[in-house]
Design a protein around this ligand. Structure first.
Ligand code: NDP
Length: 327
C-alpha cells in the first residue's frame, strides 16, 4: 500500500481532496511504474485540488501534473528498474493519475530520463513551471532577444522565478514585475536587475504604443498587463505568453504587431514532443544554477497540499513548492 492525495466527487458535485492509501492494482494502465520521490504545486494543481475539481477529468483522481522518481518496473525497452525519470504534461494529473502519490503508472513516451547533474528534488524545483520557463526562453532565443532588458511578469511565481534565474544566468538584464514589494530581495537574489511594481503595468492601455522598453518578455499574467506590455516592446522584439494569472482576456490592438513588428509567441508545455522535452531539460541542467533553485524551494508534504492549493490560486505562493511525497 502507498499514500496518495485522492480527489473524490460526491452526489452534489462537490469535490474533496485528502490523503488515502492505495495499492498498485488501483493505478491506471501504463507501461512504466515509477516510485515517485518529488512532485510540485503548479497553478493547475491548485485548480484540481480546489472546489469543483478544476481540470480533473475523471473521479476518483490523483492530481499532480509533474513528478520525478525512479523506475520500479517497466514493460518498455527504453526504461529499466533504477532509471531516474521526470514527467511533465500530457494531461497527467488531469486526465491520468499524477504525481501526488508514492507510485505512478504512465506511458513510457511521457517520461524523460533525468539529465546528468540533476537530482529528483532539483528536477521538481524546476517542474512544469520551470520547464515552461525554459521553453519560453528558447522561443525568445529562436526569434532573437533584443538588447534592452527582458521583462518577466508574475516574477515571484513559479514560472517567473525560474525565468528570471535562467535569463540572468544567460547574461540578460531582467526587469521583474511583482505585486509583492517584499519579494524584491528574493528576485534580486535570482538575478533581477530591476524590480517593477505590478501597479505600474496593471492599468488598462490608453495608447496602443508607448516608449520602446523591453528587448523580450516572458509573461505569466496575461490580461491588461500583457496588452500594456505589447505596446512597450522594442521594434521586432518578442513576448512569450505563458499564463493567465491576471486574466484570460487580451484588451489589445493590432498596432504593436503592425507598427513595431512585435511577435506574440504562445507557449504550451503540455503536448511537447519527446525531442523538445529532452532538449529543454538538458538546457535546464546547463543554464540554471542549482544554488538559485535552492533559493526558490518551499518544501511541502502531501498533507500540506489542500491548503497550499488554495494559496497558489490567490497568488500567495512564492517560488516553487516541492512536495516530498515520502515525508
Ligand atoms: P504562480 O501562482 O506560482 O505565479 C503567478 C504569479 O503571477 C504570482 O506569483 C504573482 O506574482 C502574479 N499574479 C498572481 N495574480 C495576479 C494578478 N491578478 N495580476 C497580476 N499578477 C498576478 O503560477 P505559475 O508561475 O506556476 O504559473 C503562472 C501562469 O502560467 C498560470 O496561469 C499557469 O496556469 C500558467 N502556466 C502555463 C503553462 C503552459 O504550458 N503554458 C505551464 C505552467 C504554468 P507577483 O506576486 O510576483 O506579482
Amino acid at each position: 500500500m502507498f499514500d496518495a492525495i485522492v480527489v473524490k466527487k460526491n452526489a452534489e458535485g462537490q469535490t474533496h481532496a485528502a490523503v488515502e492509501q492505495l495499492s498498485l492494482d488501483d493505478l491506471p494502465a501504463g507501461d512504466v511504474t515509477v516510485a515517485v520521490e518529488y512532485s510540485t504545486l503548479n497553478y493547475k494543481d491548485g485548480l484540481c485540488l480546489g472546489p469543483g475539481g478544476g481540470l480533473v477529468r475523471n473521479y476518483p483522481h490523483v492530481p499532480g501534473i509533474d513528478f520525478a522518481g525512479t523506475v520500479e518496473s517497466s514493460e518498455h525497452e527504453c526504461y529499466k528498474p533504477g532509471d531516474r525519470v521526470v514527467l511533465t504534461g500530457w494531461r497527467v494529473g488531469e486526465a491520468h493519475w499524477g504525481g501526488y502519490a508514492q507510485k505512478a503508472r504512465v506511458k513510457a513516451e511521457w517520461l524523460v530520463p533525468l539529465p546528468d547533474g540533476l537530482d529528483t528534488r532539483h528536477a521538481m524545483a524546476i517542474g512544469t513551471a520551470g520547464f515552461t520557463a525554459m521553453l519560453a526562453v528558447m522561443a525568445l532565443e529562436d526569434h532573437g532577444i533584443k538588447d534592452g532588458p527582458v521583462l518577466v511578469t508574475g516574477a515571484s511565481g513559479g514560472v517567473g522565478s525560474v525565468a528570471t534565474a535562467i535569463l540572468s544566468h544567460l547574461g540578460h538584464d531582467v526587469a521583474a514585475v511583482t505585486g509583492r514589494p517584499d519579494s524584491a530581495d528574493y528576485l534580486r537574489g535570482l538575478g533581477a536587475t530591476e524590480i517593477i511594481d505590478r501597479a505600474e503595468l496593471a492599468e488598462t492601455i490608453k495608447r496602443s504604443l508607448e516608449g520602446e522598453r523591453w528587448g523580450g518578455c516572458i509573461d505569466a499574467v496575461g490580461g491588461d498587463m500583457l496588452a500594456r506590455v505589447l505596446g512597450q516592446m522594442q521594434y521586432g522584439a518578442s513576448v512569450a505568453a505563458v499564463g493567465l494569472a491576471g486574466g484570460a482576456g487580451l484588451p489589445a490592438t493590432v498596432i504593436p504587431f503592425l507598427l513595431r513588428g512585435v511577435n506574440l509567441l504562445g507557449i504550451d508545455s503540455v503536448m511537447q514532443p519527446y525531442e523538445n522535452r529532452l532538449r529543454a531539460w538538458q538546457r535546464i541542467a546547463k543554464d540554471l544554477p542549482l544554488e538559485k533553485l535552492d533559493a526558490m524551494i518551499q518544501p511541502a508534504t502531501l498533507s500540506d497540499l489542500p491548503q497550499l492549493g488554495a494559496d497558489i490560486l490567490k497568488g500567495q505562493v512564492r517560488g516553487r513548492v516541492v512536495v516530498d511525497v515520502n515525508a
